[in-house]
Design a protein around this ligand. Structure first.
Ligand code: PHE
Length: 344
């Protein structure tokens, strides 16, 4: 009997020592299993109690019960203590988070070349007092053709292969020139806008063509606007894009029904002096179509063509991005390859 009492004291002591020393959840769990578990020391004593006489049971039973209650209480107290310590440590480690510490293998995103070039274009024109305009990509035939002086029997419709929609007189815009009409219908002159955006053509895809690509439209309407204003504006813009003061421009007549006279603007090849694959050995690179707004277009938008005149220009933003960043396959711009995009 005395040995059981002795054991009770010993277990109590040992448990207290161990529990004081335990400093993590694993150590605590081990103590619980060793003492309070199904095969633990306390259970062993309970078993031993069964073999004792009634008197002994009456004497030792309460002691054992007390021990059990005491040990369980100590265990619970320690468990709460450890958990709250751990919580505090985590909170502290978060408040000491070092933003300058080295993080290996962090992947950094970059902007798409379209985003870069669109920003440059918009900034150049905003500094010249232009506003950024927008229009629908799914368009009424009227805005893409009629209002731009391209009636349905006009051969110029064949210049741009159209993606027609299964809705009467609806198409995917073949150029951003439709934004000219929306702008003139909604704003009174004087006005000056640029409208970067997507255009669609029914075309097979190869290294330099895609059925979807980007263009940018420019339109200025005011009083006494002349070809000189158009040339000064487009030259300033092209110099800014190619970051070249001494850019040489060439102007050729060009036909677009919505401008009169119409011109095409080329720049002297920026990559070579004698001819290269980019300029197709011609030493000139075609850059944009432009001209003075055709009075018919102004009248379509209820603008008095005797009082107002204007110029318009349009260029392939995709082509410009390819020239500026040396991209030789248009599909690179559209297939979201991370390897390609990482370079920008
Ligand atoms: N919309 C014409 C094209 O897609 C470009 C252009 C715009 C020409 C404005 C003249 C004026 O080819």
């Amino acid at each position: 009997m005395s040995t059981i009492k002795q054991q009770i004291t010993e277990i109590n002591q040992r448990f207290n020592e161990l529990i004081t020393a335990a400093n993590d959840a694993d150590a605590l769990e081990k103590i619980r299993i060793d003492f309070l578990g199904r095969k633990g020391k306390l259970t062993d004593l309970m078993q031993a109690l069964k073999a004792l006489s009634q008197d002994e049971k009456r004497d030792i039973g309460p002691l054992l019960n007390n021990l059990k209650v005491e040990l369980e209480a100590l265990y619970s107290k320690k468990k709460i203590e450890l958990e709250s310590n751990q919580y505090q440590q985590e909170a502290e480690s978060k408040s000491n988070f070092d933003v300058t510490s080295y993080m290996p293998n962090t992947l950094r995103g970059s902007l798409h070349p379209y985003t870069y070039i669109t920003e440059i274009i918009e900034n150049v024109f905003i500094t010249m007092g232009y506003e950024i305009a927008d229009g629908p990509e799914m368009e009424k035939e009227f805005y893409n053709f009629e209002a731009l002086n391209i009636p349905s029997d006009h051969p110029a419709r064949d210049m741009q292969d159209t993606i027609w929609l299964e809705m009467p007189q609806m198409l995917m815009r073949t150029h951003t020139s439709s934004v000219q009409i929306h702008t003139m219908q909604n704003t009174k002159p004087p006005l000056a806008i640029v409208a970067p955006g997507r255009a669609y053509r029914f075309e097979a895809t190869d290294a330099s063509h895609d059925y979807v690509f980007k263009q940018c439209e420019g339109l200025l309407v005011g009083k006494d606007i002349s070809m000189a204003n158009l040339l000064a504006t487009t030259k300033t813009f092209l110099q800014a894009i190619f970051e070249k003061e001494e850019l040489v421009l060439r102007v050729r007549p060009g036909y677009f029904p919505f401008v009169e006279p119409g011109i095409e603007i080329d720049i002297q090849c920026i990559f070579c002096k004698k001819g290269c694959s980019t300029c197709k050995q011609s030493r000139w690179i075609e850059c944009m179509g432009a001209g003075l707004v055709n009075p018919h277009v102004l009248s379509h938008c209820n603008i008095d063509s005797l009082e107002y005149s204007g110029f318009a220009f349009g260029f392939g933003l995709t082509r410009l991005a390819m020239l500026k960043y040396g991209i030789n396959d248009i599909r690179m711009l559209h297939n979201n390859s991370v390897e390609f995009l990482e370079q920008f």
